[in-house]
Design a protein around this ligand. Sequence first.
Ligand SMILES: [Zn+2]
Length: 83
Amino acid sequence: MSKVPTLCIKFNRYSEAGICPICGQWYDAHDGPELFLEATWSPVCPRCGEQYAPALMKTLEQLTNWDWKRELDPDLLPQDDKQ
Ligand SMILES: [Zn+2]
């Protein structure tokens, strides 16, 4: 247990549930920004994220709150700005 896992945020289009590669707990990944073990598409559970990459978890939180879905489908953009 000497190696600290390298985590990264990637845009999840695969949406696979799976076993967290670090702790072995089941984790349901979501579409959109997710935390992964680097060089894999294995989603890392939030608990391991907090433990090994708290800064990335904070960033992920902001990315998740951000309306990233608009990027996927430009037609969803509102025609006019409500103001
Ligand atoms: Zn985990």
